[in-house]
Design a protein. Structure first.
Length: 192
């Protein structure tokens, strides 16, 4: 069975992985689990309190298919959890690793964005990490997939969901319909 674990932190941006987890669980029957540092309950930017399924420290990359890092302001602060060892273990295990918004900072700090195409909220977002991948940065409003690494700005939860599902070999007509349904809000409309 396919399993996705989403890492949530205090103040996580609740809208950024909501579509991904809902579609994965509801339409694809994927097991969706949530983890937080030390397994502590976390409150979202919108006030949603979540008690996670497991602590980040208990994640076994060999037992999952995707590791999702939900964005939030903590990633740009000294309180950000250091996920370097977990991210490298997940990469070595061939797990899809996806980060949205400021969670891309964790991938940059771990060196996972140094040699691959990627994106974030802006080119300046990743600079404080000391990463070496500036030449590979793609300044675009959609998610960027490079092998099993997916990055997205916080404004791209729809293309982020699509890229993760595609990395799990779940791209089909139903997913294309679902992506178009949610992306329709962003289509340019001519004046009446």
């Amino acid at each position: 069975m396919t399993t996705i674990i989403t890492i949530l932190t205090e103040g996580y941006a609740d809208w950024e992985t909501a579509l991904l987890n809902a579609a994965a669980r509801q339409y694809y029957g994927i097991t969706t689990l949530f983890a937080s540092p030390e397994g502590k309950p976390v409150r979202s930017a919108g006030g949603l309190l979540v008690t996670p399924d497991l602590p980040v420290e208990a994640i076994e990359p060999a037992e999952i298919n995707a590791l999702i890092l939900n964005g939030g302001t903590i990633w740009a602060s000294p309180e950000a959890p250091d996920l370097t060892a977990l991210l490298h273990a997940a990469s070595d295990a061939g797990v899809t690793i996806a980060a949205i918004c400021d969670a891309t900072l964790a991938l940059a700090k771990a060196g996972l964005l140094d040699a691959i195409p990627h994106t974030s909220n802006s080119p300046d977002t990743l600079k404080p990490t000391g990463y070496l991948g500036a030449a590979h940065y793609q300044d675009q409003p959609l998610a960027v997939a490079s092998g099993k690494i997916i990055t997205a700005p916080g404004t791209a939860p729809v293309s982020f969901m699509g890229a993760v599902m595609e990395s799990l070999a779940l791209r089909n007509d139903e997913l294309d319909f679902y992506l178009a349904l949610h992306a329709a809000e962003h289509q340019v409309r001519s004046p009446a």
